[in-house]
Design a protein around this ligand. Structure first.
Ligand SMILES: Cc1cc2nc3c(=O)[nH]c(=O)nc-3n(C[C@H](O)[C@H](O)[C@H](O)COP(=O)(O)OP(=O)(O)OC[C@H]3O[C@@H](n4cnc5c(N)ncnc54)[C@H](O)[C@@H]3O)c2cc1C
Length: 555
């Protein structure tokens, strides 16, 4: 079996082969998607065995290489896996409360995944293989190559291979920036920014990128005493930002705030109108609403209103497209160049998603999650929530009989032209989430899973319980009614710029088309060996309902 090792440098394959490994599922990728899938799989299938493989030396995917000052965009309460809390703010029962100030740092997220991995090991049903690359031959044979030793191990898969299909590329994963740099110019990945700022060596900073990473870098510079006049900001495309304190207003209940998200959708006749209404209400923001055209990009980057105000104090903003090269006295861009001595300048590489996708999310029209012998992870069937989306996929896998068509019919997620980082895609994701939950609602036991999942941002356990949930849904805020009105409007082509239901025009499956397994956990032999999962202390029973994700289900 491959050994866990800290080394990461790839070596030439020596084709030294070791004895084959065997498991029901081979899961490639120990990022958020893979970890959440396996957590739900182990919880709901008491016999399933799993091999997990990752080319990194730790679990956690991109969080293991993230920049030191990164935090979650959204509260910790619903990030990660269903069985283990991440949030620190709890109620008297120990349930995590939705609190926009309780956002784990990147380091905390990575440590959290170490704990999840320990739980996987304790189950006795999961082998975790790090520092190894998975490959599949044209004949469908699966091998794992240890990146340090070159040792190749074949894997025999009892049921399915489960592979992550997002292709997230953050600056620290690249070998330098994707353009020519003069040797005199100092370009660093965002990860090095804190050390470089502390060194006090630089009189000027050029931040390249306006996504979440670029924003965090500007905030880091300002918070560490760098004067605005010393910052130049290269923005290739104007972007919308989600304003967390503008959406979740202090003093208002979660449901009151959720209602504010739906209200403008009733009046807006285009997606553009809806975004402008959000901007007016302080839910969305952009750098320059006065002089710049309506931004066509929205990637879900979430910031505080005070941060946006800080960004606006940076006046040296360069909007000439992408950087094409950096010389010793200029930055060259697609639409021009600016003179700037490289001598005491630090260039900060904050460019993620160079391919223009969002977080490596790129699925064509034909992409399916369930295929014969295979599960494809990555699609978001819930709004910007890879944790809950993967948990739902594992729920479907463990609950329903082997019929890929039926399983796929339960999932709606952005594909093709709708899988782009645009304002429209945001509403497409909201619509997809509502359709997915409506489809799952055709099988009533699925609602128990949806309602009790901690990775579900709307789960009542995060917001004061069932009564408050019902009040939010059917009380004066009318979330259920407004949500349904939005869905109907989309279906009737009520938004002039969305005439194809975001690609989700097909009806949800009929209840009698959904066939659940009679007995979960097919492999009786290994059942004897199984250790209960999750570990007892974590397996806290929860009872509750859920909100706008479940509007259709509870009607
Ligand atoms: C700076 C930043 C902040 C973010 N903040 C948030 C946030 O607050 N909330 C949120 O919901 N999302 C956030 N995201 C989005 C983020 O992409 C997701 O939350 C999530 O972490 C993605 O997980 P993943 O499993 O899809 O991918 P990854 O984290 O990229 O994990 C995939 C793993 O698969 C492994 N792998 C792939 N192919 C192979 C192979 N052939 N062999 C071996 N290993 C392989 C990789 O090594 C990697 O470890 C953020 C993204 C970035 C860049």
């Amino acid at each position: 079996m491959c050994q866990v090792t800290e080394e990461t440098a790839p070596v030439t394959k020596v084709m030294h082969e070791s004895a084959p490994l065997e498991a029901d599922y081979l899961v490639i990728g120990m990022g958020t998607a893979g970890m959440s899938f396996v957590d739900t799989l182990l919880t709901l299938d008491a016999a399933a065995t799993v091999i997990m493989v990752d080319r990194n030396s730790r679990p956690g995917g991109h969080w293991t290489t993230a920049y030191p000052f990164v935090r979650l965009h959204q509260p910790s309460c619903n990030y990660g896996v269903n069985s283990l809390p991440l949030g620190k703010v709890r109620n008297s029962k120990g349930d995590e409360k939705f609190d926009i100030h309780d956002r784990a740092t990147g380091r905390e997220v990575a440590q959290y995944y170490e704990r999840v991995a320990d739980h996987f090991r304790q189950s006795g049903r999961v082998q975790l293989i790090f520092n190894s690359e998975h490959e599949e031959s044209d004949d469908g044979d699966h091998t794992i190559t240890n990146l340090s030793t070159g040792e190749v191990t074949a894997v025999s898969i009892g049921r399915k291979v489960v592979k992550i299909h997002t292709n997230l590329l953050v600056p620290s994963m690249r070998d330098g920036p994707p353009f020519d740099v003069h040797p005199a110019a100092k370009v660093v990945p965002v990860n090095d920014l804190p050390t470089q700022v502390k060194s006090g060596k630089y009189g000027k900073y050029v931040v390249i990128g306006a996504g979440k990473t670029g924003l965090d870098s500007i905030t880091h510079l300002l918070q560490n005493g760098v004067d605005q006049s010393k910052i130049t900001w290269v923005i290739s495309r104007d972007v919308w930002y989600f304003l967390r304190d503008g959406y979740i207003r202090e003093g208002k209940s979660y449901w009151q705030n959720a209602s504010r998200l739906f209200t403008p959708l009733g009046k807006a006749s285009t997606i553009k109108d809806a975004f402008l209404a959000y901007e007016k209400d302080g839910i969305m923001g952009r750098l320059d609403p006065i002089n710049r055209p309506f931004p066509e990009v929205f990637k879900g980057a979430t910031i505080d209103t005070s941060e946006l105000e800080g960004f606006r104090t940076v006046k040296n903003v360069v909007r000439m497209g992408r950087v094409t090269s950096i010389t010793n006295n200029s930055i060259n861009l697609e639409q021009g160049s600016i003179q700037l001595s490289a001598t005491d300048t630090l260039f900060v590489d904050c460019m993620a998603d160079l391919d223009g996708s969002f977080y490596g999310y790129d699925f064509d029209e034909k992409f399916q999650v369930f295929e014969p012998g295979r599960i494809n992870l990555g699609p978001l069937c819930t709004v910007f929530n890879p944790s809950f989306s993967s948990a739902i996929i594992a729920y479907i896998e463990t609950t329903f009989v082997e019929d890929d068509g039926m399983k796929n019919s339960l999932l709606y997620f952005p594909r093709g032209k709708h899988a782009t980082p645009t304002p429209s895609a945001f509403f497409g994701m909201l619509f997809a989430q509502m359709k997915t939950i409506e489809a799952l609602g055709k099988y009533p036991p699925a609602m128990k899973f949806v309602l009790n999942s901690r990775t579900n941002a709307d789960a009542p356990l995060h917001h004061g319980g069932t009564i408050k949930f019902l009040w939010g849904m059917f009380g004066p805020h009318q979330i259920a009614k407004k949500g349904n009105a939005f869905a109907k409007k989309v279906e009737k082509g009520g938004f002039a710029d969305v005439q194809d239901c975001f690609g989700h025009g097909r009806p949800v499956p009929e209840a009698d088309a959904l066939k659940a397994k009679k007995n979960k956990g097919g492999n009786n032999k290994s059942k004897k060996m199984a250790v209960s999962y999750p570990p007892k202390a974590e397996a806290k029973k929860r009872i509750g309902f859920n909100c706008c994700t479940t509007i259709n289900a509870v009607q």
